[in-house]
Design a protein around this ligand. Structure first.
Ligand code: HEM
Ligand code: HEM
Length: 193
């Protein structure tokens, strides 16, 4: 069983909450706080009380309703950018290397899982860089086309995270129930026992 130092466990759980929070903000943006759905709702509900509103105005209001929620995407995004730097520093510790040592002696399944983690780290780096470039596009004087390109890449890579999170949770639970009893509690108590 792996041993995880306290700082690595703290990193893992903060990272887990931040990423699930980021996915939560995306979920809200695409569902309950969607500007398309809410601007149409504004138009129909206002017209029912005889108020006519231009579609562009309804879109502005719908986006204003969404804005305070989306600030959380940016705040959690800053946290994620710090967390990925912290993870890089952790690579110099025993826990940080735990999953990547004696690679050749591992089963094919475990090799795939561990390469998968490294792939996810690469995606997190990409999300952080594209996200920060979008936030600071004015200060950096980026072209509109560049920002659109960044957003497309950011949204495409998001799908990897969307698939990874449930797959990872199902994976560790399945491992816990099969050959790796204690794998989940080890990420909580360090696996010293
Ligand atoms: C909330 C439920 C979660 C549970 C129960 C959980 C549990 C675990 C466990 C037991 C491990 C060690 C597995 C192993 O050594 O192969 C692990 C590793 C890992 N977890 Fe999670 N996790 C959760 C959420 C997340 C989320 C949301 C992320 C977001 C990206 C994440 C990212 C990672 C990464 C990258 C590793 C590999 C660490 C390394 O570099 O060695 N986990 N997790
Ligand atoms: C795993 C981490 C992340 C995920 C899964 C994620 C996901 C997404 C998704 C899906 C969108 C497109 C939303 C839409 O148009 O419907 C988006 C947009 C955006 N994200 Fe992220 N993101 C992450 C990290 C970050 C980070 C680290 C930052 C920067 C601090 C950031 C800043 C932004 C910005 C500025 C936008 C554009 C919003 C707009 O056009 O109004 N994101 N993100």
């Amino acid at each position: 069983m792996q041993k995880w130092r306290i700082d690595f466990r703290v990193w893992h759980w903060i990272n887990a909450f931040v990423i699930m929070g980021l996915l939560g903000t995306v979920f809200l943006r695409k569902t309950f706080l969607s500007w398309r759905a809410n601007s149409e709702l504004l138009i129909t509900k206002l017209s029912a009380i005889n108020i006519d509103i231009a579609p562009e105005e309804a879109v502005k209001i719908a986006k204003a309703i969404r804005a305070p929620m989306w600030e959380w995407h940016i705040l959690l995004g800053y946290a994620l950018a710090i967390l990925i730097v912290w993870r890089m520093i952790l690579f110099f510790t025993q826990s940080g290397k735990e999953n990547y040592k004696n690679f050749n002696e591992q089963t094919l399944h475990d090799k795939i899982v561990k390469i998968g983690y490294l792939g996810v780290y690469a995606i997190i780096v990409f999300m952080s860089i594209t996200g920060l470039l979008m936030v600071f596009h004015e200060e950096l004087g980026l072209l509109k086309e560049t920002v659109e390109f960044l957003e497309e890449g950011h949204e495409l890579a998001y799908n990897v995270i969307l698939i990874f999170v449930p797959a990872h949770i199902i994976g560790v639970v399945a491992a816990e129930l099969a050959k790796d009893k204690g794998i989940v509690s080890a990420m909580i108590n360090g696996g010293e026992k």
